[in-house]
Write a protein that binds this ligand. Structure first.
Ligand code: GDP
Length: 242
């Protein structure tokens, strides 16, 4: 914003209209431009990924989806499919991109099935780096993956090797939020056991999952309370997807 420190000529009194208006200008500009948010969803087919995304954002992002039969899934390769929607809430625009990874974990041999996903994430970092180093930096589109929801099946007794491998391959590149898929199929007791087991394994394998950042000590009490509650609910993040 290029407002110089100057006097307002309007009105009888002289008044500063300088840098004190900067926060408003920055806020107005950001709101006008909107925000980019890219969410990746990963997990086997049938875990409820599309249902969760559709209900989170109240849209139908999967209208043209082709479902594979069991035979086709044996040799399934992992694809990366992007769905984009523009959402507006109280005047704030959000360009939401959902990166879907159909085929992940579906084949009989799931060796290195996370590779196309890590390659995709790296490519987005490289593209952003190139755009930022270029001359036209005004309209850069941020396609980096900001968050990954990882669906863990509810039927096992903890993490499977493919879950560990996937999270280890991605945890340095993206914020991972592990979810227990279809947790409504389990009793509260079973959920607790599975959650504890998964947390133990996450620690054991040194996997870093997303943690809420610390809230500033000078925030007001109400905000601090809200922050505490959120952290408690998602305590060391193994969330339920239903
Ligand atoms: P995707 O292949 O991972 O995208 O899975 P879908 O969203 O297509 O869901 C597969 C099936 O599971 C559908 O029949 C859904 O109705 C059902 N489903 C989705 N989410 C849940 C859930 O949280 N609990 C239960 N019990 N079923 C669900």
């Amino acid at each position: 914003p290029s407002t110089a420190l100057c006097y307002s000529v309007k009105g009888p009194e002289k008044q500063y209209v300088g840098f004190a208006t900067l926060p408003n200008q920055v806020h107005r500009k950001s709101v006008k431009k909107g925000f980019d948010f890219t969410l990746m969803v990963a997990g086997e087919s049938g875990m409820g990924k599309s249902t969760l995304v559709n209900s989170l954002f109240l849209t139908d992002l999967y209208k043209d989806r082709k479902l594979l039969n069991a035979e086709e899934r044996i040799h399934q390769t992992v694809e990366i499919i992007k769905h984009t929607v523009d959402i507006e809430e109280k005047g704030v625009k959000l360009k939401l991109t959902i990166v879907d990874t159909p085929g992940f974990g579906d084949a009989v041999n799931n060796n290195e099935c996370w590779k196309p996903i890590t390659d995709y994430i790296d490519q987005q970092f490289e593209q952003y780096f190139r755009d930022e180093s270029g001359l036209n930096r005004k309209n850069i589109q941020d396609n980096r993956v900001h968050c990954c929801l990882y669906f863990i099946p509810p039927f096992g007794h903890g993490l499977r090797p493919v879950d560990v491998e996937f999270m280890k391959a991605l945890h340095e590149k993206v914020n991972i939020i592990p979810l227990i898929a279809k947790a409504d199929c389990l009793t509260p007791n079973e959920i607790k056991k599975l959650k504890d087991r998964i947390r133990e394994e996450i620690d054991k394998f040194g996997i870093k999952v997303y943690q809420f950042p610390e809230c500033d000590s000078d925030e007001d009490e109400e905000f601090k309370q809200l922050d505490k509650e959120l952290k408690w609910r998602t305590s060391r993040t193994v969330t339920l997807s239903n």
